[in-house]
Design a protein around this ligand. Sequence first.
Ligand SMILES: O=C(O)c1cc(C(=O)O)c2c(n1)C(=O)C(=O)c1cc(C(=O)O)[nH]c1-2
Length: 248
Amino acid sequence: MPTEPNEPLDSPEALERRLRWIGATRYHSLHPFHKLLHGGKLNKGQVQAWALNRYYYQSTIPLKDAVVLSRFRDRQIRLEWRHRIEDHDGSFDSEGGIERWLQLTDGLGLDRAYVESTDGILAATRFAVDAYVHFVRDKTPLEAVASSLTELFAPNLHEERIAGMLQHYDFISPAVMTYFKRRLDQAPRDAEFALNYVMEHARTPAERQAVCGALTFKTDCLWVQQDALYHAYVTGMIPAGAFRPEAA
Ligand SMILES: O=C(O)c1cc(C(=O)O)c2c(n1)C(=O)C(=O)c1cc(C(=O)O)[nH]c1-2
């Protein structure tokens, strides 16, 4: 069970407990927009808005990971990190996560060129995702690795999403949920590497605090994207220029 945040960060195990506490209290799985999405409470237009905005996150992840790679002179770490880029971009003969995401947006009836242009996304999505890239560029390599640790908490969310969306939406088929099924294998491996890395390399309480700060920052990047979706597509304040669902 994650402990309360007053425990001193005087060991790798205390760090892990604190990281899990941050996830348990701040991960975007707790966000009301996700509750609506997984509980079948959104209409197709609102699900389209989510997938369209989320494409910007997906398509930026390999850029972010390329920046993380560039922070390490240690070839072993680059080798380990490199597969993340391949997981998303794929290779010449196998599709990756971005292609699988586009299959989801195709399945939702969105035009591919429009999705890939990112023209219709919310400014808040762009700002939050770009902030993540800037963070891994500007902070220490340790913090850059630590900021990926939200992936520790992603598999539970993906399980909930696959089950919830298939159950509740007649416009969602198993084929378009392939992206999330693949992440169920990929994310734990990535998260385990990053967790072991920070537990080994954060050696002082101050470094462990910085690791926690990086994870907190990342939960904020994810949370504000959900806030923006809620504001625009649930409350109904869609900003000029952003995607407008057809009467759904
Ligand atoms: O669906 C989600 O809620 C979710 C969250 C996260 C995350 O926690 O950052 C990632 C993903 N999905 C994901 O699919 C993914 O590939 C991914 C990579 C990363 C990262 O920080 O490097 N996070 C995430």
